[in-house]
Design a protein around this ligand. Sequence first.
Ligand code: F6P
Length: 366
Amino acid sequence: KKRIAVMTSGGDSPGMCAAVRAVVRAGIYFDCEVFGCYEGYSGLVQGGDLLKPLVWEDVRGWLSLGGTLIGTARCQEFRERAGRLQGAKNMVLRGIDALIVCGGDGSLTGADLFRSEWPSLLDELVESGELTSEQVAPYRTLTIVGMVGSIDNDMAMTDNTIGAYSSLERICEMVDYIDTTAASHSRAFVVEVMGRHCGWLAIMAGVCCGADYVFVPEQPPSAANWREEMKKVCLRHRERGRRKTTVIVAEGAIDDELNPITSEQVKDSLVELGLDTRVTTLGHVQRGGTAVAFDRLLATMQGVEAVKAVLESTPDTPSPMIGIQENKVVHIPLVEAVKQTKAVAAAIERKDFEAAFKLRDAVFQE
Ligand code: F6P
């Protein structure tokens, strides 16, 4: 029986539990044994109870849950070769030679590196006498499959990451709450949202909540006059009778000289318009709570596909990332997707904002 380990890694996101559930149940359906790797890569390194079989009943009720019940961590030990050696040993001892990782680009890159290093790790384990050549012989190839779990929707070559729509839903609810008090007092609110270096959550929240103005990293306004531009737009809306002002600031917002645009700076400019202004930084409520229907669906479809990808993989298949493009679940070479994601950051750094915007997926550009 094929043995597959499933792990969640990096920042948690709603839908990760649904993804693990789908892997466990599809794995069992396709006659595999599935192991839960707890606490991200720490589960591989430490083994023991952190790398143990999961059965059908273990994931009962997980479809809608937020966060990840198998835990997640940023594992320092796995960054060192000694940690990866320990991880390889723990896997071989349990007969596991496939790993499905649900995480962000860092976690997925780590998994692909582990795969390329795998033969040399096994050789070293045999040379040092930790394992015998007979023990490692059946497991010479490691299969890696990635799924993207992140509220940021910041991975290239897939339209959506697991958790992004749940987070967007949470943001919209919060802005709706803010709107009622804002309109009552005729106030302005600066709402800061997460997304790291990606403006997807901010743009989508801006559209869904009818914000007056949005700041995102991929389309930075002019350092010389962004304040005046924003004030002009907000004032125009007020002159048309709007009783509230809402400006959404992505946490990674910058101007075209790459200076950060902070919520406090935005607030100061709105105060110059004579508006009674408050800042609300939404923080981790954006990452919490249950998964919306779309994330449950996305995680389930991708989890099933990830198991199929493990079963279809050959030593020559590049590690796939399971993504979604135009409503179809697709396999994308993991390395390519990570490369394109990094290209966005590089384009912003060299101030080629047009390229940065184009490199984001189609959904973002619409
Ligand atoms: O990547 C998800 C995310 O929530 C980002 O939006 C945010 O910048 C970051 O993680 C916060 O990380 P932490 O939970 O470690 O503070």
